[in-house]
Write a protein that binds this ligand. Structure first.
Ligand SMILES: [Zn+2]
Length: 95
């Protein structure tokens, strides 16, 4: 249906930087409305991308995840996703 050559840009919702595949962490809104850290980067659903722990903090503070994913995210879910993303970013840095 859409043009197959449309570029799939992944933009960090914290700083607006565009990065290639694998450089950004993905948060996905699943078909059931739940929100989760998408470790594989391939889960079905609307995704939001983050490039760093700083951007994660910015996104959480500014409710950017909710806006990017167009869904209300409960406080507990935000905490859970933040913890998972923080751990993932920490892992990337030590690699
Ligand atoms: Zn960023």
């Amino acid at each position: 249906m859409a043009n197959a050559h449309v570029k799939r840009e992944r933009t960090c919702i914290g700083c607006g930087k565009q990065s290639g595949k694998g450089e950004l962490m993905r948060v996905v809104r699943m078909p059931d409305g739940g929100v989760a850290f998408d470790q594989t980067g391939r889960a079905a659903g609307r995704g939001a991308y983050l490039c760093s722990k700083e951007c994660l903090a910015t996104a959480v503070k500014g409710n950017k995840l909710q806006r990017a994913l167009k869904v209300a995210i409960g406080h507990d879910d935000v905490e859970r996703i933040s913890a998972q993303l923080s751990a993932a970013f920490a892992g990337e840095e030590t690699r």
